[in-house]
Design a protein. Structure first.
Length: 179
């Protein structure tokens, strides 16, 4: 069977054997194209090849009359690889942004010994009820100022009493015991 017949068989009858044959024929082309476009990133090339064949399955009816399926698959692999590269770049930028934003505050005073502070803070946060923990997270982890934390619209989205400070003395006592 030629490519058009295989695509029609898949599209009209749902023949998985026909589609499997197309994948067998063209996987090397699609994968190697993606691998070149992605500068040798094999895992990403595998994902791109999979997405190209998913597109082929979705568009089998409109592609069945094409003379050269290889051309469509090649272009699809190039476009999908470019999209994957843009996505990877955005992901890397998002991952780097918080690190860059936090570095100055983490290294502001090199004389402070912060070793062991993380577990103490986690324990203290664990002692807070959900409402108070949400208020602390808003204020200190999401960098919201007190005005934002206290806004009725923000509080309405959270459990009642979120901005309460009733448990803070207990946390202060816990922190004081720890030094």
């Amino acid at each position: 069977m030629n490519d058009a017949e295989l695509l029609r068989s898949y599209n009209e009858c749902g023949s998985e054997d026909a589609f499997t044959e197309l994948v067998r024929r063209y996987l090397p082309l699609v994968y190697s194209t993606a691998l070149r476009q992605l500068h040798g990133e094999a895992g990403l090339a595998h994902d791109v090849a999979q997405s190209v064949f998913i597109d082929l399955a979705r568009k089998a009816g409109s592609i069945a009359n094409r003379e050269l399926l290889a051309g469509w698959l090649y272009c699809g692999a190039r476009l999908a690889a470019a999209k994957a590269l843009r996505g990877e770049e955005r992901r890397r930028n998002r991952e780097q942004q918080p690190v860059v934003m936090q570095e100055p505050s983490l290294h502001a005073d090199p004389t402070l010994d912060r070793s062991g502070l993380g577990p103490v803070l986690d324990e203290a946060m664990g002692l807070l009820n959900t409402e108070d923990r949400n208020a602390v997270l808003l204020r200190f982890f999401q960098n919201s100022d007190f005005k934002v934390v206290g806004e009725p619209s923000v509080l309405a989205k959270m459990p009642r009493g979120c901005a309460s400070t009733a448990h803070l003395p207990g946390c202060v006592a816990c922190w004081s015991r720890r030094g």
